[in-house]
Design a protein around this ligand. Sequence first.
Ligand SMILES: Nc1ncnc2c1ncn2[C@@H]1O[C@H](COP(=O)(O)OP(=O)(O)O)[C@@H](O)[C@H]1O
Ligand SMILES: [Mg+2]
Length: 305
Amino acid sequence: MQLEMPTPDLQSAPPAEADQSSDGQLSVRNASKFFPSLTGDGQVCVFRDVSLEIANGEFVSIIGHSGCGKSTLLNIIAGFDQPTSGEILVDGKKVHGPGLDRMVVFQSFALMPWMSAFDNVRVAVRSAFPSWDSKQVAQHTTRYLHLMGLTDIGKKMPAHLSGGMRQRVGLARAFAVQPKALLLDEPFAQIDALTRGSIQDELIRMWDVAGATVCMVTHDVDEAILLSDRIALMTNGPEARVAEIVDINIPRPRTREQLIESDDYMRLRTRILRFLIDHNRRPTALDDTAHAMDAYPQSDASVSD
Ligand SMILES: Nc1ncnc2c1ncn2[C@@H]1O[C@H](COP(=O)(O)OP(=O)(O)O)[C@@H](O)[C@H]1O
Ligand SMILES: [Mg+2]
């Protein structure tokens, strides 16, 4: 891939305490999740029997309508929540809770507001690599901020940064820990369209340079095709399931200009949109914020939230 900025020498980083082995295989095995029903008389199944194998270094997106359980699934992979049945494995080992081997980037940025951008990344680096001295921690932090195009804003507080800048800090923090897997929950949903494009490019550049298995939840079909090796399509809840997994066999590096000229892209886009329209949103007892998809946007291939 062509890099627009000098690539920091990630290989020369000192050995680290966070789990840095080259593997990062994520396995979701027959995972089901039930929540207590809103009426309090029983349980509602959000998704049932979801299985997904994500290979080391692979970029897989999960796409589906609002309320189908994407964030619930990602939280379970992160270890913030437990599946009602089934299991999550990282490199064959069962996940019992959160860990630095799986970093999550949320739509809402989730930066610590009382810390500068630099310190937000630095504290994560310090906890991932406790034997490093402060100089090593600072160098590593600077390197990852630089990779996300954040060389000059380190001293700024999150409140003084745009949404795009905040999410760059969130991504720099997540990658700087050198996790096995990066879990992204609609990371660009609150960012304007133009900025979103450049952060997507930076994400791919970072993924290309730093590596990591990525599992991204999105409701944006174009974003999913641009970024992913495979896309898992989820049906609506309750009892959602992964109905199809679509291979995105479009060579990398991918540019938006090439994609829109590509027959493969149009074919994949149509297939995924067709799936989403066929699984059009129906209000369910699970989700009282449901809204119909009859206003499905034609020009913007995203699933309305
Ligand atoms: N803690 C919870 N208790 C009860 N229901 C929940 C809880 N978390 C999520 N849900 C329900 O589970 C469903 C899936 O939610 P979510 O995973 O946020 O969907 P998505 O991310 O696909 O929009 C929704 O109907 C939501 O209301
Ligand atoms: Mg969600």
